[in-house]
Ligand binder design. Structure first.
Ligand SMILES: Nc1ncnc2c1ncn2[C@@H]1O[C@H](COP(=O)(O)OP(=O)(O)OP(=O)(O)O)[C@@H](O)[C@H]1O
Ligand SMILES: [Mg+2]
Length: 480
């Protein structure tokens, strides 16, 4: 059972919406049905009663005319029929002559009086009027008394037959029907609310199961994947959740690996320095040359530690300031020439031939520092991981959209299984060899980051023992 923190929480819940839906489906139609039923019952009953009385009134009107009742008035049979009509329908019958005098009133109240009403006047003009007054609960009808001349051609209106009957019996029935249907309506509403709550609770159950399972996963005890197979929707959500979980695990693993790598890498030069210092301290009468040699080694370790820290700082800066590049328009030919000039001494030391081939003048919008870092590492790698007397070819080309830097070497190459890892932080193919060369495994991570920040791309092709090619593509105009 879910606990809702407050009313707003409950109103926003799926359960509340489902309950609302059941109420809408269950209660509103029954209210409408009841109102409609009562209304149509009343209309229908009134119209049946009206037509019943109207037909009787018309028959009586004919008899009144033919028996010349208006003049004689003492036709007993007509009087009986008038009284019957009045009694059966609980109403009043009046006969009015052509001078608007009431000739006969079954209530014996207004005989001899004059009556002028809209309905009576309309009936003098030949209309049959019937009207229902729902407020005062009666139906009133006026029928003209029409006398035809002998050849049935001319007609003359000699008076009006007026009936008004109470509709109390109809209204009584209608009230009774209203009460009965109200009971049914209340029962229906109660049932739909009750079952609505029950079904809504049942329907949202899988979602509660889901949040419980997520809690279990969070604690780390029990299953580490989410599996709620009740609905297609829950299956799909679980699939996506499990995918996300797997991704987070990979990220977490790589974060942990990174932290342990950093600590290890930072500790190694310190350990070396400690060993060097301890060993020289433990020796007696140490010659100055040995001191110098040990101090030079310690100096090298300090340089190595500084390089690792600097590289790490560059990477952290790139991660943090993604998108905040210091873009200026740079002559790329000059930039690459300068890098090669700086790296020439290392290449000469290993007797590696370093060649630059520029196909055209290239200038592009780049962050000079980051691009220099990226290209320097690529060319430095090509020199470092080369064979003695090998070569490194650097070529620069461009089209209307991009410029391309290709760094090709005749070096040791990269094994196929390592190709997908070389951009990872601290990854080195041959750890002992790289250490000897002085790498930390951060260079390509920096290179790749810098290239991607410029919306560029980097690709590597390599054959072990033959050489490696790095292709870099950078847009000439920076796309922010
Ligand atoms: N041109 C290349 N030829 C052969 N192997 C290479 C080449 N470039 C990179 N590698 C391999 O990829 C690894 C990662 O390269 P990366 O530049 O990231 O690190 P590094 O050169 O070892 O150290 P750093 O560049 O941080 O000083 C290297 O250790 C090396 O094993
Ligand atoms: Mg490198």
């Amino acid at each position: 059972m879910t606990r809702f923190k407050n009313l707003v929480d409950f109103i926003k819940s799926l359960r509340f919406r489902l309950i609302l839906l059941f109420i809408l489906i269950g209660v509103i139609p029954s209210i409408l049905l009841r109102a409609g039923m009562l209304n149509s019952y009343e209309t229908r009953a009134v119209s049946i009663r009206t037509s019943e009385i109207l037909s009787q009134a018309k028959i009586l009107a004919n008899q009144i005319v033919s028996s010349d009742y208006l003049n004689s008035r003492d036709t007993a049979m007509i009087n009986v029929q008038l009284d019957q009509l009045s009694t059966i329908y609980d109403g009043r019958v009046m006969i009015i002559d052509d001078s608007f005098h009431i000739v006969r009133d079954t209530y014996n109240l207004d005989e001899g009086k004059t009556i002028i009403s809209e309905e009576v006047i309309k009936s003098y003009y030949g209309q049959e009027i019937s009207k229902y007054d729902s407020e005062n609960r009666y139906i009133e009808m006026t029928v003209p008394l029409v006398r035809m001349d002998e050849d049935m051609e001319k007609k003359e209106i000699i008076g009006v037959f007026m009936v008004s009957v109470s509709t109390d019996s109809i209204n009584l029935n209608s009230d009774y029907l209203g009460q009965t249907t109200l009971v049914i309506e209340l029962v229906c509403s109660f049932c739909s609310i009750f079952f609505g709550c029950l079904i809504a609770a049942q329907l949202v159950k899988p979602f509660h199961k889901m949040s419980k399972s997520i809690e279990v996963i969070q604690t780390g005890y029990g299953a580490d994947t989410l599996q709620i197979n009740d609905y297609t929707e829950t299956i799909q959500i679980c699939e996506k959740f499990n995918e996300m979980l797997a991704r987070m695990k990979v990220l977490d693993d790589s974060r942990q690996e990174f932290v342990s790598n950093v600590s290890h890498e930072l500790k190694t030069p310190l350990t070396s320095m400690k060993v060097l210092a301890d060993s020289i301290n433990s020796m007696e009468n140490v010659p100055v040359e040995l001191y110098k040699e040990f101090m030079a080694d310690i100096g090298n370790e300090v340089d190595r530690e500084t390089k690792i820290i600097n590289d790490l700082l560059s990477l952290v800066k790139m991660d943090k300031a993604a998108g905040t590049l210091n873009i200026t328009n740079i002559n790329i030919n000059e930039l690459v020439e300068l890098i090669l000039k700086r790296l020439k001494p290392i290449a000469e030391k290993q007797n590696v031939e370093l060649v630059l081939e520029s196909f055209r003048p290239v200038s592009a919008d780049v962050d000079e520092v980051k691009i220099t870092l990226a290209f320097t590492n690529l060319i430095e790698n090509a020199i470092k991981y080369n064979r003695p007397d090998g070569w490194v070819h650097v070529s620069l080309n461009a089209d209307h959209q991009y410029f391309y830097l290709k760094v090709e070497d005749s070096g040791i190459g990269i094994p196929e299984e390592s190709l997908e890892h070389i951009y990872e932080r601290f990854y080195r193919v041959d750890k002992s060899h790289s250490r000897e060369i002085g790498g930390t495994g951060l260079g390509l991570a920096i290179t790749r980051n810098a290239v991607l920040m410029h919306r560029g791309a980097i690709k590597v092709f390599s054959t072990e023992g033959e050489g490696t090619i790095f292709n870099v593509r950078i847009p000439l105009n920076y796309i922010s």
